[in-house]
Design a protein around this ligand. Structure first.
Ligand code: SAH
Ligand code: DHB
Ligand code: MG
Length: 217
């Protein structure tokens, strides 16, 4: 049974096992189901986090006692709904989305789930919107999930705008398997890892495409 494969990088996870785990640990209620299936229905790319990653994000926020959270990359609001539900009643999530149509769909999904009061979907370019959110800071968690070529910049913003003990979270930290390449956003993604490791206590959780987790020193 036990062997070294898991430590050489081989994952035992298969599609049926992942589906079983998601059904067991992250049963979708109406709100989550609606947000998860919205990309298919509305003709958006289906690139939201998986149910297990969404739940992991929520549990991490709860462990950190997060109240004020920023997300970069809303899409249809699936991860935003996980994040928002992890907040206390006086908590708030600001989630940034460049695409007007995605922002509209996300607002509809968050409203349908009764979470509009706890989430502001800010339509705009991540790097331009973030400075406008600074008066609300310092923040308890920042989740980065868009615009891979600028992950290093988002990481630097997070380092400046998180409280000590705050969480840095970065989806696609393995950059679709191209983390060690020279193309496109790979060098920026490596800078994101390397700079985060200096400013935060960090690890990369081996989700299918990696989730960087850092706790601000
Ligand atoms: N976090 C979402 C998935 C986000 S997909 C979830 O898991 O449910 C990435 C989203 O980021 C897309 O909707 C895309 O339109 C948006 N995006 C891309 N570049 C961006 C930028 N520079 N600023 C803000 N949003 C951006
Ligand atoms: C893509 C983006 C993501 O954030 C993701 O988790 C998966 C795919 C993409 O741009 O293709
Ligand atoms: Mg992603």
């Amino acid at each position: 049974m036990a062997d070294v494969d898991s430590r050489t990088g081989t994952s035992y996870l298969t599609r049926p096992i992942l589906d079983y785990l998601a059904a067991t640990h992250v049963p979708h209620d109406e709100g989550l189901a609606r947000a998860f299936t919205a990309p298919c229905r509305e003709g958006l790319p289906a690139i939201q986090v998986g149910p297990l990653e969404g739940k992991l994000l929520a549990l991490l926020l709860r462990l950190a006692g997060a109240k004020k959270v920023v997300e970069v990359g809303t899409l249809a609001g699936y991860s935003a709904l996980h994040l928002a539900r992890a907040l206390p009643p006086d908590g708030h999530l600001w989630t940034i989305e460049v695409d007007e149509n995605h922002a509209r769909v996300a607002r509809e999904n968050l409203a349908a789930a009764g979470m509009s009061h706890r989430v502001t979907v800010v339509q705009g370019v991540g790097l331009e919107v973030l400075p406008t959110l600074e008066p609300h800071g310092p923040f308890d968690a920042v989740f980065i999930d868009a615009d891979k070529v600028n992950y290093d910049r988002y990481g630097r913003w997070a380092a400046c705008n998180l409280r000590p003990g705050g969480l840095l979270l970065g989806d696609n930290a393995v950059y679709f398997g191209r983390l060690l390449a020279e193309e496109e956003a790979a060098p920026a993604m490596r800078r994101f890892h390397e700079e985060a490791a200096v400013q935060f206590d960090t690890v990369c959780i081996p989700t299918p495409d990696g989730l960087l987790l850092g706790i601000k020193r």
